[in-house]
Design a protein around this ligand. Structure first.
Ligand SMILES: C[S@@+](CC[C@H](N)C(=O)[O-])C[C@H]1O[C@@H](n2cnc3c(N)ncnc32)[C@H](O)[C@@H]1O
Length: 400
């Protein structure tokens, strides 16, 4: 065992503005896949706004703080008509009076919510050309500064490309996640703009587009490891090098011969784990809830000359019900925004229980303090294969 340090893990806060005496979050006990109303801060409820949500949607169980300020600002500006929302999440902006929302999203979980709301969402990632002939004159976007500089800059470039000359962009974000820097980049491209709302660390800027070129989208990063060429598009987890936990998982598994086995990479990111399993003989399926990650994984398989299926999926929702595997591998997500949210990771384990064939094994790597063992025991006997550098590798084999 090397360099073990106790880790601090901060669990997600309750939604801002929730008072101590407030009723418990509605729907907290609902099944993972169920769409439910999002509890809103009183200042949004008072404006007559509403949104839906489910686990896996940014801001869950409430709404994202920056999107909340964005909605409040657009309401104050009496924005109406067609609005292109490039980060629609649970569809909050659709509840602005007089607004017809064109909802773009890259999160499979959010797409489920938007579909349930009848919004006919557009599954999209930064750089995609909008599918409508006529461009909306108002565009809205929440910067995901937590996904890194390259992703936020590709969001700015995308927003610019989607806003017609003379049109308005509402850009929201978090001061502590580089908002000022990204607004400067947006201001240089748009020609004009100012910060029009502040609430705590949240900010909203309004920019009007003057004619001029759209800034370039940053190039993908990537690396070679384990005989695989990984292509990491902007914003994809561990785009430039293997994650330490993932490396521990693969190092622990060594060189298995998985010829004739079917393997699932659950939450594939740039696709390293799935591609690694394919190199060891497995027929591989990779799934991720984030469209940018799905594309990255497809690029990785293509660049490595590997055949495999890559699906955009909220956990295993896109797989046919009868689809099962001999091996499931995962480094599950536990961050959505600032805190630790385990609903998605727990659903990864539940999905493994549904998808493993008898005798099949789930291999999972996690930060040491994360309490996955109890959930894993529902699958079968749990073994700890390794513990190092603050991570642990667990295996659970389905009885049978
Ligand atoms: C810790 S990263 C691991 C990525 C990759 N397997 C690796 O090891 O580098 C977790 C991945 O889970 C994905 N994810 C998050 N929520 C998800 C969901 N609801 N359904 C499927 N994948 C999800 C994230 O997009 C991210 O790529």
């Amino acid at each position: 065992m090397t360099g073990r340090r106790p880790q601090k893990v901060r669990f997600a806060r309750p939604p801002r503005d929730a008072a101590p005496g407030d009723a418990p979050t509605p729907g907290a006990d609902l099944p993972y896949g169920e769409v439910r109303p999002a509890p809103l801060p009183p200042r949004l409820r008072d404006l007559g706004l509403s949104a839906r949500t489910k686990p896996g949607v940014r801001g869950f169980p409430g709404v994202d703080d920056a999107q909340a300020l964005l909605a409040q600002t657009m309401r104050k500006d009496r924005v109406s008509g067609d609005v292109l929302d490039l980060t629609a999440m649970g569809g909050l902006l659709a509840s602005l009076p007089g607004v017809t929302l064109r909802a773009a999203e890259g999160s499979a979980a959010a797409l489920t919510v938007l579909e349930a709301a009848g919004l006919d969402p557009w599954p999209a990632a930064p750089g995609d050309p909008a599918p409508w002939n006529e461009r909306a004159r108002t565009v809205a976007l929440v910067l995901a500064g937590d996904r890194g500089n390259a992703y936020a800059l590709s969001q700015v470039a995308w927003a610019h490309a989607c806003t017609p000359p003379g049109g308005t962009l509402y850009l929201a974000g978090d001061r502590d996640k580089g908002f000022d820097r990204y607004v400067r980049a947006a201001g240089a491209a748009f020609g004009t703009g100012e910060v029009v709302a502040r609430d705590g660390g949240m900010r909203v800027a309004r920019l009007v587009r003057r004619p001029g070129p759209t800034p370039p989208v940053p190039d993908p990063e990537g690396y070679e490891a384990y005989g695989v060429r990984v292509v990491g598009r902007p914003g994809v987890f561990s785009a430039a090098r293997p994650d330490k936990a993932t490396a521990l998982l693969l190092g622990t598994l060594g060189e298995p011969d998985w010829s004739g086995r079917e393997a699932l990479d659950l939450g594939c990111g740039a696709g390293l784990i799935g591609a690694w399993a394919a190199r060891r003989g497995a027929a591989v399926t990779l799934v991720d809830g984030d469209l940018q990650s799905v594309r990255s994984s497809r690029d990785t398989l293509a660049a490595s000359g590997i055949t495999g299926e890559v699906l955009h999926s909220d956990v295993d929702a896109a797989l046919p019900p009868e689809r099962t595997f001999d091996v499931i591998l995962t480094n599950p997500p536990f961050h959505v925004g600032r805190g630790v949210v385990l609903d998605v990771a727990r659903e990864f384990i539940a999905a493994a229980a549904r998808r493993l064939r008898p005798g099949g094994t789930l291999f999972l790597v996690a930060n040491e303090p994360l309490p996955y063992e109890a959930a894993l025991r529902a699958l079968g006997e749990v073994r700890e294969l390794a513990r190092a550098d603050g991570f642990k590798v667990l295996a659970a084999t389905r009885a049978g």
